[in-house]
Design a protein around this ligand. Sequence first.
Ligand SMILES: *[C@@H]1O[C@H](CO)[C@@H](O)[C@H](O)[C@H]1NC(C)=O
Ligand SMILES: *[C@@H]1O[C@H](CO)[C@@H](O)[C@H](O)[C@H]1NC(C)=O
Length: 229
Amino acid sequence: MANREHKVDHLDQPFYSPPVLPPVEPPDAAARRCVADPYVLCCRAFRVLTIVVIAVGVVALVLWLVSLPKALKAYVDAAELTRFDLGNDGKQQQLRYNLTVAVSIRNPNRDQAVLYRRLEAVALYGGERFGYVDFPRTRQGRKSTMVIRPSFHGQGVLAGASAFGRDKEEGFFNLNVKLHLRVRLKVIFVNSVEYRPDVDCYIRVPDPSNATAVAQGFTATRCHVDDFL
Ligand SMILES: *[C@@H]1O[C@H](CO)[C@@H](O)[C@H](O)[C@H]1NC(C)=O
Ligand SMILES: *[C@@H]1O[C@H](CO)[C@@H](O)[C@H](O)[C@H]1NC(C)=O
């Protein structure tokens, strides 16, 4: 009992203990230790680098999402067919042709210029290729339209000209002009990977030897263009 009472007495009295202070280090000494320890330095540099890399990655992702490139748009605005006839040259069917088309290509993108590394135009009839034109490398600015005028003329063998008779009767030839592209997109000074979109235009061109059809003329046609994927 006496023992317990003594404890209670003790608790009643305020108890002062000396304050426990952390060991004080002069600031210049702390700085010296930090600089001197290569592990701490390396650790800190790594942490900063990681944060920077993540921040740059996030910014790049946001920019990329905001500026996903829209597909080019293409139209055949005009087509001039001055010759398109089939002659029998012994056993083979020779197609003599002279076709010029005006194709306008629109770059709808606000941020990307288009660098054409390859731009070739091919003309086909009934799925058979008869003409080919290669254009030099070129650059198309942002939000702009350029017009190319491939001109196909000459003669060549046409193996299966099954559609010719029917088309001539109708007064219009169903031709296909394709553009094979190899492009890069340029944002400020960064070039994208290479894309190879195809442009596919199906046009109905009046037979030059049919006055009625020529009078009806050619109707501007929109082409199918592959996405930048
Ligand atoms: C093709 O037709 C155009 C007119 O559209 C003409 O100027 C040109 O001389 C022709 N070319 C050939 C090789 O016949
Ligand atoms: C000329 O074209 C018209 C259509 O514009 C067609 O109806 C007609 O049959 C064609 N004429 C000939 C001789 O092929």
